[in-house]
Design a protein around this ligand. Sequence first.
Ligand code: NAD
Ligand code: DAU
Length: 350
Amino acid sequence: MEKSIIITGGAGFIGSHVVREFVLKYPEYHIINLDSLTYAGNLANLKDIEHLTNYTFIKADITDAQHILEIFQQYQPDGVIHLAAESHVDRSITDPLAFVMTNVIGTVNLLNAVRIIWKDNFEGKRFHHVSTDEVYGTLGVSGLFTEETSYDPHSPYSASKASSDHFVRAYHDTYGLPVVLTNCSNNYGPNHFPEKLIPLCIHNILNNKPLPIYGDGKFTRDWLFVIDHARAIDLVFHKGKNGDSYNVGGFNEWTNIDLVKELCRQMDKKLNRSEGISAELISFVKDRPGHDLRYAIDATKINGELGYSPSVTFEEGLSKTIDWYLNNQDWLDTVTSGVYQDYYEKQYLK
Ligand code: NAD
Ligand code: DAU
């Protein structure tokens, strides 16, 4: 094999799309998916490619420094694409320490492991840290996040991701580690765990359950189809400038209420329900503490320097996403059984 690449968090939502993109596009690379399979990790996301000879799965926890080092010594990766994380803001409000452990300590363990195995010989090596636009905090009604926007995280989740970004840059500045970072906006698409807004609402529309909208629903997010995020990671991993960060987004802002209404409209059509029936499920609930008003990415740098642009419009992406959930209801049933019910009750029915 020409290269071996460890992708952490490859059994999760975005990670599984990144793994698929790399395994299929680069048969000459050995892709090692390293994931501890938390509630959010699901090997069923990769059923279609798991038989391929350039793919290996390893169950490991990035908070376990010794085990991580042993795996890195065994596989000698030329590259790391780091996605493993605790990723849900609401969970970070109830259990911040879990986010410090995985997102901060776990990231530092990976940085230490590559430092040891690369032994200051960084030729052909790259550590790609996948981060979020939430590190920038919140925008008012205007403006966009650029790569120069100061960090100002508000949730334990975004604080832990901001901290991990700082460690990645510190290892570049202090030890010369070859790193790149991407800070992406909200993703949507197949395999998205139904604790997040879009898949939660798809699941609830299918089951005629209330659609919980936090606060007044005027909070704004900038949505990108997950496969377009995977394409951006491919581009930055291969062509991004050493030490640089790239904001990734699709210039596609929606208030939560408008987004959920559009979802209801498309689902009524696809389910042959009378127009407006799903929107009747919309239910305004208590706001999220520390809720950021608006995120919006200025993607000029990645567009201009690397020629990146999203491949699907939001309408197409949302339609594809709904179709995937309608055709994969067994996936949804599996992930919403068991512990999901406890989470749902604590978050929404207390
Ligand atoms: P996810 O929660 O769906 O998946 C996370 C994956 O990491 C799971 O497979 C889980 O098993 C694994 N994992 C968690 N803790 C681990 C540990 N200690 N050791 C090993 N594996 C562990 O998350 P996602 O939405 O796919 O996000 C992936 C990455 O992208 C995260 O770093 C997140 O911060 C970032 N990101 C997400 C979005 C988004 O909209 N979802 C946007 C921008 C950036
Ligand atoms: O911006 C990138 C981030 O997007 C990622 O870094 C995170 O990992 C990812 O989870 C996502 O964070 P958000 O908090 O923006 O996503 P979520 O789907 O949880 O919420 C989207 C918006 O919808 C937010 O304003 C909160 C609101 N919301 C969410 C849920 C779950 C509701 O109104 N009701 C809900 O039930």
